[in-house]
Design a binder for this molecule. Structure first.
Ligand code: ADP
Ligand code: MG
Length: 609
């Protein structure tokens, strides 16, 4: 499932695990205070890493994860408290729970699974929501679960202290669980679902148009992250021995979110940095809060110093580095860049030569019938019918605002049509989601480039090639991505961040990404905008070659009329949303309606070729 080479991934994993274990080893002899602080640090880091697994990959901040921590802490407590004690302290507990007494490890596993099952049910609803609606629903979750824990007095002792949980957590338990959490989080980031989520986080519309559906991926991330946070809850419960519901409520949620936000929520590195930073600051501020002597001056006690301090740190980081102290990259992505990472992870076809390339074949044209799009009072596209066969290049032209982009948006499922149908292989695809249409072999690029800027060029293209994984293997996706990059001449930029490229390169990467879907049909919305003459000519050459070599059907929008007329077999002209002419380039440029639409009545020819 992983899309990184194993050897590389091993380095990414061994180092943090070794660091955690080394720290634990050094602290285990250091005695009380230090050891306690480090245990709490490891538990916090575990929880933050878990929260980051969901929030970082999906881009949705969650306030609700501490509910899973609470569920797991209580569950593991109930399963491990000795029977005799339960009879005394929890007399109304159901008989089966009183008589069940498990060892720490099996209890931890059961409690974690329980929290994951709870997360699955909640996630079926929450993972359908986007943006702030999703975040707010996680807040509701936190409040509801808190209410349930208080209400279920027979099981949890309500708001009173829940005590007698065996103290099984020592520094090694905390360190091992923390290391496990870091491994899970790092592997998930570079797994296929992780990569898809990150692409969608960068640009949900572009992800959809490149075949990337994320509903099940988001649910998976939610459940796995709940599991990691639940592990932290178990370890915490068995560390404290006694706790009450408020341990899993706002104050601690705030502290963990501070770590997540300050460190940078998209990476394991960020979780570590955030946990170190906030733990250190908290330790320092807490001492100040109690009133200390500095250079002989006695500072007064100020309650709330810690909370205020952390709040200020969050503000500062948001102003200076909104992606958190560690930014968007893992430590290994910075240090090993181009070494063992994505740069060399392109096996075939990407050596700069157009690799072996084929597309989905069909002998039926793509057909649109009566497509109409109305925006509140404006008819952007009015009753347009067209067809596109494989092996032909069709130009779509028209003045600014004539509805070209809107037409492509409907054809690719990015916008639903107000009315009309689109047929591929005689099936109406006009009601499908954009990622389903893309997987059926209809790909596109965007007029205003929409790349996944924080991902590398290779990742941009690979994630599209992986859109129908696991129907094809990861290595097949690598081959497709390599061939597509080779065709578009961007293989040498494979390990560069897409957002850092020149316009021309960004346009080529966007086409490569669309090609990685192996589409039967490709729509290009002003692909040469921002390119110079040479680049434009080279692009047109490539498009012709692609049609020749793979039989691709291309629909291209461009303002450069001489170019369209040289390149295309057929031209379609839109004006104010209406299809006013179509035919071979010669006919179209002599068409009176076209001339008027373009240049007004005075002129007699659209262009000189
Ligand atoms: P073109 O690509 O030919 O320049 P567009 O398809 O972008 O034209 O726009 C056609 C018309 O539809 C324009 O008048 C534009 O303002 C309008 N339009 C496009 N998208 C939207 C939208 N999402 N909401 C409202 N109006 C839109
Ligand atoms: Mg447009």
């Amino acid at each position: 499932m992983t899309v990184l080479p194993w050897r590389y991934l091993a380095i990414c994993i061994v180092v943090p695990v070794a660091l955690v274990m080394l720290t634990a080893g050094l602290a285990s002899g250091a005695g009380g205070g230090v050891e306690r602080t480090l245990i709490v640090f490891f538990i916090s880091l575990t929880a933050v890493a878990g929260m980051g697994l969901y929030s970082g990959n999906s881009g949705i901040l969650s306030f609700g994860h501490l509910s899973f921590m609470g569920i797991a802490a209580y569950a593991s407590g109930i399963l491990t408290i000795p029977v005799q004690m339960k009879k005394l302290t929890l007399p109304n507990l159901p008989e089966i729970l009183i008589s069940t007494q498990l060892d720490f490890l099996p209890a931890a596993v059961v409690a974690t699974l329980l929290a994951m099952i709870a997360a699955l049910f909640v996630g079926l609803v929450i993972s359908r929501l986007d943006g702030s609606a999703a975040t707010i629903s996680t807040l509701a979750l936190l409040i509801i679960v808190h209410g349930i824990i208080i209400g279920a007095r027979d099981i949890t002792r309500g708001s009173q202290s829940f005590f007698g949980v065996p103290r099984e957590t020592d520094i090694w338990v905390a360190a091992i669980v923390c290391a496990l959490a870091l491994v899970i989080v790092r592997v998930f980031r570079d797994s296929v679902p992780g990569l898809k989520l990150r692409a969608s986080r960068e640009d949900a519309i572009a992800a959809g148009a490149n075949g990337i559906g994320i509903r099940s991926e988001r649910l998976l991330a939610w459940v796995v992250s709940a599991g990691v946070v639940a592990m932290a809850g178990v370890v915490l419960g068995h560390f404290l021995g006694a706790f009450s519901p408020k341990k899993f409520y706002f104050v601690d949620t705030f502290a963990l979110l501070a770590m997540l936000i300050v460190g940078g929520m998209t990476t394991m590195t960020g979780a570590v940095i955030g946990a170190v930073a906030i733990t250190t600051i908290t330790e320092v501020l807490r001492r100040l809060e109690g009133g200390v002597e500095v250079f002989g001056i006695q500072l007064p006690e100020v309650f709330g110093t810690t909370q205020i301090g952390i709040g200020l740190i969050i503000l500062l980081v948001m102003f200076k580095r909104s992606d958190g102290l560690s930014g968007l990259d893992e430590w290994d992505e910075r240090i090993l860049k181009g070494g063992t990472g994505w740069g060399k992870a392109v096996p075939t076809g990407a050596d700069g030569t157009p690799g072996d390339f084929s597309v989905q074949r069909t002998d039926k044209p793509l057909e649109a019938r009566g497509l109409t799009k109305r925006f509140d009072g404006l008819t952007a596209v009015n009753d347009v019918s067209l067809s596109l066969s494989q092996g032909e290049i069709v130009g779509l032209i028209g003045p600014n605002g004539s509805g070209k982009t809107t037409l492509l948006n409907m054809l690719s499922g990015v916008l639903p049509a107000t009315s009309g149908q689109i047929y591929k292989d005689d099936r109406d695809i006009s009601r499908l989601a954009s990622h389903q249409i893309a997987r059926k072999g209809v790909a596109r690029t965007f007029q205003n480039i929409r790349l996944f800027s924080a991902l590398t060029v290779h990742q941009n293209v690979l994630v599209a090639a992986l859109s129908d994984w696991p129907r094809h293997s990861v290595s097949e996706a690598y081959r497709r991505a390599g061939a597509a990059m080779g065709w578009m001449g961007v293989a040498d930029k494979a390990s560069a961040k897409a957002g850092t490229l020149s316009y021309g390169d960004q346009r080529r990467v966007e086409i490569a990404r669309a090609l990685a879907l192996r589409p039967a049909f490709l729509f290009l919305d002003e692909p040469a905008a921002g390119m110079n003459r040479e680049e434009t000519d080279a692009l047109m050459e490539t498009l012709r070659d692609l049609r020749q070599a793979a039989g691709l059907g291309i629909l291209i929008v461009d303002h450069d009329l001489p170019l369209i007329i040289r390149l295309c077999d057929r031209v379609i002209v839109l004006n104010e949303g209406n299809l006013i002419a179509q035919g071979n380039p010669d006919e179209v440029q002599k068409n009176q309606a076209v001339i008027e639409a373009y240049l007004g009545r005075k002129h007699t020819a659209v262009v000189e070729t």
